[in-house]
Ligand binder design. Sequence first.
Ligand code: 1BN
Ligand code: ZN
Length: 369
Amino acid sequence: MHLMRIALPLVLLSLLTSPALAYTSLSDHFLKLVPSGGDDFDIDKGKLLAPILIPRVPGTPGQVAAQEHFVNFFHKELPSWSIEWFNSTGKTPVTGDREIPFQNLLFKREPPWVKEGQSNLLTLVAHYDSKIEPKGFIGATDSAVPCAILMHVARSIDRFVTQMHDEMAALGEGGTVPMDMGVQILLLDGEEAFLQWTETDSLYGARALAERWETSYHPANAFYKNPLDQISLFVLLDLLGSASPNVPSTFLPTHWAYQAMAKIEHRMRQLNLLESKPAGPFLPDAEKKASNFGRGMVEDDHIPFMRRGVPILHLIATPFPTVWHTMNDDGAHLDMPTVRDWARIVTAFALEWLDMMEVEPNDEIPAGR
Ligand code: 1BN
Ligand code: ZN
């Protein structure tokens, strides 16, 4: 009795004053404010996508042009994001003794007060290289569109991240690992095989980075032992941009995250916020039973990370787009409503993951972005 009299007010007080640690869905109002990217995905003039609808083979000028596009964008438009390069070189079965550069790019935003190894990081990933064959191959869905979508996500969440950090700082919150969430955009190089997909001819950038991160130890007293350990979820986008995509749920340990994204898609469709008219949902597997998760999966950039225990959400259209690895995987064959819908869904997912209902705006964001 005595205990209750003391404990109950304490519990109530802590509920009122402590930050929400529960996973809170975005409100309908917030979903309506999620921008689509609009004309920025235009294939001829759009600022996000058009500049990377070019061949981007490692060791060629197209690779450098793509890198400049990403770095300039973050440098100019998102100055609060750190920029890091992870460079390696390697030989391939078709380039002989020449060392080919594989250069991953990482754009990261974490709370300003955070110490090394103390933030958990939503990690959004796509590869930016393109296949060497057929000559002139562009890889619009593979993976120029996923890269452009991730740029859009970064700029769309930026103002909310700022506000969240400002409010946390003002309230003296933060400093605990679950609260100190950040986000990083990882653009990987050298995903494609040069000759034929094997363990050594593929995933050049991802293999080098996962290996490096495994032994990049944080200070001994840090909560996370290395940068791999800091990844709360590794969301890999690939082969997106064709109409009526079917993206299955592959991994039981992250199925709850898949369900969260599927729910966002469903709610956005019901609220008439999506433009595409697909045959079915992009994410149809929300009800998949635990016993139906098998070992089948597509090899992709997540493999070196998954082997080291990182939780993976693999967003890849299956079956692959009919244009896959053909000259038709170009801007003209994209379905732009689908591209913009993915931009909305992934943005909303990131906002929800980062608990942005804490800073839900009451304003209207100008439509069309
Ligand atoms: C995805 C896009 N992949 C290549 N381009 C990975 C892949 C690996 C696809 C093996 C099919 C087979
Ligand atoms: Zn490919």
